[in-house]
Design a protein around this ligand. Structure first.
Ligand code: FAD
Length: 407
């Protein structure tokens, strides 16, 4: 069997895995990255990158290349019961990087890989199918490729293999993992961008217990995430795709003609099962998890990519001096668990607000949003931990050229 030796074996070529390989490369460490799929065709994966994510991409030296392909977002608008109740303007926040962007994942992943070329060997398609264990430590992985099985032996193996992580299961880290299903699932679909809508706005529309996200896609279309009750797809499918279009029209009547034309069957949609996963421990000797494998979040407020990137940079910094160190993964978990836990709590609070359907719930929700809308300082305090977690504000009188923004 072919054996490859390296400093770090990264399992999973999503944003977390590829950013880790690049961050390690910048620090002079070699890695081998395994990705089970071939090519980066991910039409319904996250595209929203928060301002902190943009700053991290800049620190990795890839932002200048990516900026031309990113779509800057200026506002988050929430409408409830047909009325706008909250308008958050990202330019109002006192940070160097202020704007989230939409960025297609294939472009992001390709750029991260290109920048790591030379220091990171990418094996694709190659699926990790087992861990090599020696003297009580994980010493690498066994991988299946079209050419046969391989062994990748490494000082440390990183499970960056997403929400259904195999490394987590194989390393025994699944025990004590808590999976919390949310009350709803999301159906994703894409439609032509409606005339008259601001292309630089994230929109959330709520009507009773129903809500949807409308995000400006990088392909010029609008990415729609329509929320349905947990397990509700079966009933919806039985009712037919017309029922889906009707639910969408109740929230966004202006999209109805496009939905009639473009949503002809269920194959025009993708279902995302919404849950969060909390893992009791992120590492065992010789292996550590990052990104969705360590902490699956919900799509609310686009946090997943950001945390995967932040994890990658933090872990690389700790592993680079000595990849075999068992203290490094523990220090990594120590530094990253708190921000992830805060994001999760914020997301769950937001979810609860969205799903308040019984009076006086909806009135209470509108009051919360209107109060935030009326009080800029409070609005900044509430949204700063979401979009700028741990970022240092710049002084109000800082020169304008410090305030970098995406195209
Ligand atoms: C439909 C959808 C929309 C989303 N929208 C957003 C958004 O707008 N903004 C946002 O921030 N987040 C969003 N998210 C979440 C976001 O995509 C994830 O949080 C983010 O991709 C996590 O990155 P990751 O690198 O940890 O894992 P992933 O991106 O899941 O990457 C894991 C990779 O590991 C590979 N893999 C799995 N098992 C193996 C194996 N055994 N061997 C080799 N490779 C393996 C997978 O093929 C995959 O490529 C969305 C998620 C979905 C599903």
């Amino acid at each position: 069997m072919t054996v490859i030796r390296t400093d770090v074996c990264v399992v999973g070529g999503g944003p977390g895995g590829r950013a880790l390989a690049l961050a390690l490369a910048r620090l002079g460490r070699e890695s081998v990255l395994l990705e089970q799929r071939h090519g980066a065709a991910r039409s319904f994966y996250g595209e929203s990158v928060s301002p902190q994510g943009v700053r991290i991409l800049d620190s990795l030296g890839v932002w200048d290349e990516l900026a031309g392909r990113a779509h800057r977002v200026d506002r988050l608008e929430i409408a409830d019961g047909g009325r706008r109740v909250l308008d958050v303007r990202f330019a109002d926040f006192p940070y160097t990087w202020r704007h989230p962007v939409e960025l297609a994942q294939p472009a992001l992943l390709a750029e991260l890989s290109a920048a790591a070329l030379g220091a990171c060997r990418v094996l694709e398609p190659a699926a990790a199918v087992g861990l090599i264990e020696e003297r009580g430590r994980v010493a690498g992985v066994r991988a299946r490729t079209p050419e046969g099985e391989l062994e990748i032996r490494a000082a440390v193996t990183v499970g960056a293999d997403g929400r259904f992580s195999q490394v987590r299961r194989m390393a025994g880290l699944e025990d004590g993992a808590r999976r919390t299903p949310l009350e709803r699932d999301v159906i994703w679909l894409k439609l032509p961008f409606p005339a008259g809508w601001d292309r630089r706005a994230y929109r959330i529309r709520i009507a009773g217990a129903s809500h949807a996200l409308f995000l400006p896609g990088t392909d010029g279309r609008v990415r729609v995430g329509l929320n349905i009750p947990k397990g509700g797809l079966r009933q919806l499918r039985a009712d037919g795709v017309g029922r889906l279009r009707a639910q969408l029209a109740a929230l966004a009547p202006e999209l109805h003609p496009a939905a009639e034309e473009h949503i002809r069957s269920w194959s025009d949609t993708v279902l995302l099962d919404i849950f969060t996963t909390e893992v009791a421990r992120w590492s065992v000797p010789g292996a550590v998890l990052l990104g969705d494998a360590a902490h699956t979040l919900t799509p609310v407020l686009g946090q997943g990519i950001n945390h995967a990137l932040a994890d990658a940079v933090a872990l690389a910094g700790l592993l680079a001096p000595d990849p075999a160190s068992d203290a490094a993964p523990r220090a990594f978990e120590c530094s990253r668990r708190a921000p992830v836990t805060r994001s999760r709590a914020l997301q769950l609070r937001q979810e609860r607000l969205f799903t308040l359907a019984v009076p006086p719930g909806p009135t209470l929700r509108r009051t919360v949003y209107r109060t935030l809308n009326a009080l800029p300082a409070l609005r900044r305090r509430v949204f700063a931990p979401v979009y700028f977690p741990g970022e240092r504000p710049v002084p109000a009188d800082a020169p304008r050229d410090l305030v970098r923004s995406a195209s």
